[in-house]
Design a protein around this ligand. Structure first.
Ligand code: GLP
Length: 259
């Protein structure tokens, strides 16, 4: 039988984000209520922006403590420090950490978030530090992912081995072209390298939520849907073997194989 990833389809990004937020919020708070920790793996890009907004709305009604809530990020541009407005650190400050810390005095950005340091002196040491930081938290409970138009997850570009762990990688030309929109349209301003959790690091998350939204993702989703087995050519395909992954998609993203 052909392998397929469980997929929930919504009419649009708003509804997709609302449903995904409800599920994630429930998972997080059930554990916090039991006085256990929760490690939420976060993604950047356009796909999770509304999800984070919805999550913040839900957290604003939450009366419990967030002392045991931790976030871990997928990736960061090489050469961009956390003060750099184009860094993923600043994206997280704007879309999630900053507002959450304002609502909840028990959420401390310094100690409860981890993200690669884009300006660390030694990339090998920084990658090892990052893996250790995730392991010290007990691993990732739920990882939120987006997918690149070339099938990347995090910045694991085509050709990334399934066994890969956090490391410095070269960005694919397609990724640079897509991401230049975040750099005033200038591809020369997009860093050529980035730190990313590896495919294996992501795979070790106990649960994965892949968000796929918009017509630009239809072609890669069709390709992913046609595969029986993982291939390095489409790193997202390694998720086919993960025991607990769910795709939240909007209609446009899967239009190429449903119409
Ligand atoms: C970016 C990020 C990924 C993200 C993906 C999709 O380059 N490194 O982590 O999931 O590309 O981005 P978007 O959601 O904007 O389509």
């Amino acid at each position: 039988m052909k392998k397929a990833i469980q997929t929930r389809v919504f009419p649009d990004n708003d509804q997709m984000s609302r449903e995904a937020a409800l599920e994630i919020f429930k998972d997080v708070t059930v554990r916090l209520e039991q006085n256990e920790s929760f490690v939420l793996g976060m993604a950047t890009g356009n796909s999770p922006i509304k999800l984070y907004k919805e999550l913040l709305g839900l957290f604003s009604t939450y009366k419990g403590s967030l002392t045991k809530f931790f976030t871990v990020n997928l990736d960061e541009y090489y050469g961009l420090g956390k003060e750099n407005p184009d860094s993923y650190y600043q994206y997280m400050m704007k879309h999630f950490w900053g507002p959450l810390a304002e609502i909840h005095s028990t959420f401390h950005i310094e100690t409860q978030t981890i993200i690669p340091n884009g300006i660390a002196a030694d990339p090998v040491e920084e990658s090892a530090r990052y893996e250790k930081a995730i392991a010290d938290l007990g691993g990732i409970d739920l990882q939120i992912l987006g997918i690149g138009t070339n099938g990347h997850i995090g910045f694991n570009e085509p050709g990334s081995p399934g066994s890969s762990r956090t490391r410095l990688v070269e960005l694919a030309e397609e990724t640079i072209q897509v991401n230049r929109a975040h750099f005033g349209g200038d591809a020369n301003k997009v860093p050529k390298q980035a730190y990313t959790m590896g495919v294996q690091t992501i795979f070790e998350a106990r649960e994965i939520v892949l968000l796929v939204s918009g017509a630009s993702k239809a072609a890669i989703m069709k390709e992913l849907n046609s595969l029986n087995n993982p291939t390095e050519d489409i790193p997202a395909s390694f998720l086919l073997n993960h025991p607990n992954v769910i795709i939240f998609a909007d209609q446009l993203a899967i239009s190429a194989y449903t119409s």
